[in-house]
Design a protein around this ligand. Sequence first.
Ligand code: DGL
Length: 267
Amino acid sequence: MQNTQPIGIFDSGVGGLTVASAIHRLLPQESFIYFGDTRHAPYGDKSKSTILDYSRRISKFLVESNCKAIVIACNSASATAYTELREDWPQIPILNVVDPVVREVARLKARKVGLIATRATVRSELYPKSLQQFDAQALMVQKATPLLAPLVEEGFAGTKVSRGALEHYLQDPSLEDLSHLILGCTHYPLLQKEIEDYFHQKVQVLNSADLVAIALQKMLEQKALLNTHGLPASMQFYVSEKTDAFRDTAKLFFGQEIDLQERLLPA
Ligand code: DGL
């Protein structure tokens, strides 16, 4: 394995771009290959076996594209497929988006933590179980918010549609009196400002993007895989179906037109 090889990053669609852009900001010398499975988004309402199947096939594509590490930039896939992917590819370092956030919540000594996420992530109970291991004192309440990822995927963040959906979900009494709220879906940072406004900035909202980028840096350092050559990095974007929303969101994050390639998931 060479440290100049790219990092593979995947999600069901645009959500993982929040993670990819944080990685690019922190580690601009690293090349990456991004895969957004737009043909099958959203993942959050699919069964464990379906999400696992898609995750395995995307990982195969990334490994065959010579990636030195994989970032599962999707909570639903992290909660469903992380263990299996590590078994499938023991030689490749694989990072999920859940662990770095849970560690941060424990470090912050949060009192009452809310988690909003897809049904798949909530159903897995991964966040409350992991938090228990780090900080048995913190109380965690979970709320599935299945409309939010499709809404972001379709480019409706920052509109009255997103505000209406957020109000509907966030007024749930279980989310009263939070000290922290985890955005447990990588699509949700695109709604972060609206969410903070809803809580009148009184709840500390945590998104995984920067925390995952830092965790990736550490992981690559430990494995001597950090690119120290300072070569110009390349960014490659693949989707299983081209969408205008993906192109627009990628442009928003990377400040330039991107070369978007369509690729079906391997068998
Ligand atoms: N962005 C993904 C997540 O973090 C998937 C959302 C979806 O496709 O439902 O869960």
